[in-house]
Design a protein around this ligand. Structure first.
Ligand SMILES: [Zn+2]
Length: 255
């Protein structure tokens, strides 16, 4: 049972309990407000934290004690080529969760992902701010359009989907289910999109990384390209090995 279902059941039971206790004069009316506020908070936090698996199950972390996986979202983007150069030099396989419209605009980089042994995942077509307000049908159309774009360039159809912004809700859950894809989240969020200093970012990643981690990065960020060699080198010195996310999570990458 998803936590969302459990929370709904508990919410209804709490409402019934409060009604009875209020009508029998044991508690004040404002307990109703307390329960509603807690309930709404849980719905929002469940949407924000993909690791809660609140509305749908996402694969977020592997079981390995020393293997970790790099994942890059939102490309092909400004720094994709530079990141690919580093990954090639360091012989590290990674995953790229692509925005479909960016894939269509940069087919050469998508082809490079595939030919250089990286995994291509689906990260919606538009990645708009309104994605999570769309109907499940509209989300499914975006997912299918991106899979189509990747297939046209590489010949393979992705099976792994990462929700835009990592936000989930009942419609995202339904769209993923209808698409037949698996949702992949992360266990270590780098916040590279907000990083101002590369050395701080490297230190944070090295301090926080644990075996089995799926690390969220963005190939749109210059700072990510800049620190990648140093991070890979130092992580290896700490005993980590880099594997592709599908291997780490034991998932099938493509149809
Ligand atoms: Zn994204």
């Amino acid at each position: 049972m998803r936590p969302f279902v459990l929370v709904n059941i508990l919410f209804v039971l709490a409402l019934l309990g409060i009604d009875i206790l209020y009508l029998t004069g044991y508690i004040a009316w404002w307990w109703l407000l307390v329960v509603i506020v807690i309930y709404l908070h849980l719905l929002v936090l469940g949407a924000i934290y993909i690791g809660w698996n609140f509305y749908l199950y996402s694969h977020n972390k592997g079981k390995s004690t020393n293997a970790i996986a790099l994942s890059f979202d939102d490309g092909p983007a400004a720094c994709t080529a530079a990141i690919l150069d580093v990954l090639k030099q360091q012989n590290v396989p990674a995953a790229f969760f692509t925005i479909g419209k960016n894939a269509v605009a940069n087919p050469d980089l998508v082809a490079r992902w595939h030919s250089e042994g990286h995994l291509i995942g689906n990260h919606s077509y538009e990645h708009g701010f309104n994605f999570d307000w769309k109907s499940a049908k509209a989300m499914l159309q975006e997912i299918n359009k991106t899979n189509e774009a990747v297939k046209n360039i590489t010949g393979v159809t992705p099976l792994l989907f990462r929700p835009p912004y990592g936000v989930t809700n009942p419609n995202v859950a339904k769209a993923v289910r209808l698409s037949g894809m698996q949702s992949v989240g992360w266990s270590l969020r780098s916040f590279d999109t907000k990083a101002k200093h590369g050395d701080v970012l490297v230190d944070k990643l090295l301090r926080m990384a644990k075996g089995g981690d799926v690390i969220l990065l963005h190939d749109s960020m210059p700072v990510t390209a800049e620190i990648l060699t140093e991070f890979i080198t130092k992580a290896r010195e700490k005993g980590f090995t880099f594997v592709r996310v599908d291997e780490l999570l034991a998932l099938q990458a493509y149809v």
